[in-house]
Design a protein around this ligand. Structure first.
Ligand SMILES: [Cu+2]
Length: 321
């Protein structure tokens, strides 16, 4: 008989941990559901009107019962809380040595870009044993990047960046889904994650040819160089110069640092801050400078904004994150 599959394959130790918590939740729920149902049935038979069971006066003082009735559920739910919180924090904090891959969701495909600029559509190649950080955004509606075998899922939202990470531990091909209904062809917004050996990944990353045949959907375009060009041609180099009398602060090497704002607040210069500043420059005004920047909303597309961010990251002198 074919075994019934109760969950997707397990592709990482994190997936095992999520399953552990999941089974704990199911176990607690099933235990109490059965216990409560069984007691309801037992009591309704035992103490039915016609039965001659003992019916002593109600207990007024049940301290032990009260303490057990509070402490046991408290312990059970605190286990859920701390276990869940630990897994949540693990999932939210990518390791520093992670390879960063840019993900753009679009009706109805996944566009992916590797650190050297190599691009793929709906396929994602990653090396085994190395943490992979995904920095994700959408060109249209909300999508959700879902790797069921890794028990990792994160919304991909237009106008901002979200992140998720995973560590592939075994070579193989895994499913990649969009898990947020995003239009008529949502169900076709699927892809494959290919976990390959380190050497194979390097080779794959640095060649446009595999087995003598050109690979589909491959396009290399160095995002840092492209970002620098955009930076230089869009007044950024003339405004954010750092020279005396400049109308904007010199931020070219400041990615990952805290920036002072008018009004005394500080803000971290991260992907979301840079992107938001390009689109809504007057939302956060740098301390000591006029609100003089123009918006690049509609002028720069998602890819170009990603390139500008890649350039600023490459120039950063901060110990990033
Ligand atoms: Cu989608």
């Amino acid at each position: 008989m074919k075994a019934v599959k109760t969950s997707p394959d397990v592709a990482s130790t994190y997936a095992d941990q999520v399953d552990g918590l999941y089974y704990y939740l199911i176990g607690v729920s099933v235990f109490f559901t059965i216990a409560i149902c069984a007691l309801i049935i037992y009591f309704s038979v035992r103490y039915r009107r016609q039965s001659d069971a003992d019916r002593p006066a109600p207990t007024k003082d049940g301290k032990l019962l009260e303490i057990l009735g509070s402490v046991i559920p408290f312990i059970l739910v605190m286990i859920m809380f701390f276990w869940g919180a630990k897994l949540y924090f693990d999932a939210r904090m990518p390791p520093k040595d992670a390879i960063e891959i840019l993900v753009t969701g679009k009706q109805w495909m996944w566009k992916l870009q590797h650190p050297n600029g190599k691009r793929e559509i709906n396929d994602l190649h990653v090396p085994v044993g190395v943490p992979i950080k995904l920095t994700m955004t959408s060109e249209d509606v909300i999508h959700s990047f879902y790797l069921p075998d890794f028990r990792k899922k994160m919304d991909v939202v237009p106008g901002k960046y979200t992140q998720m990470w995973f560590k592939p531990e075994e070579e193989g091909a895994y499913n990649l889904f969009c898990a947020e209904y995003c239009g008529t062809e949502h169900s076709l917004m699927v892809g494959k994650l290919y976990v390959v050996g380190q050497e194979e990944y390097e080779k794959w990353l640095n060649t446009r040819w595999v087995d003598g045949a050109p690979m589909a959907n491959v396009d290399t375009n160095d995002p840092v160089a492209a970002g620098e060009e955009i930076w230089d041609t869009n007044c950024a180099a003339a405004c954010h110069t750092g020279k005396a009398g400049a109308i904007a602060p010199n931020i070219v090497d400041k990615f990952g640092t805290m920036r002072d704002l008018e009004g005394g607040e500080q803000i971290l210069m991260d992907e979301n801050y840079v992107r938001n500043s390009m689109q809504n420059p007057n939302e956060h005004i740098a301390k000591g400078y006029p609100a003089a920047m123009v918006s690049f909303k509609g002028t720069l597309n998602t890819t170009q904004m990603n390139q500008v961010i890649a350039y600023l990251k490459s120039r950063s002198t901060a110990d990033s994150e």
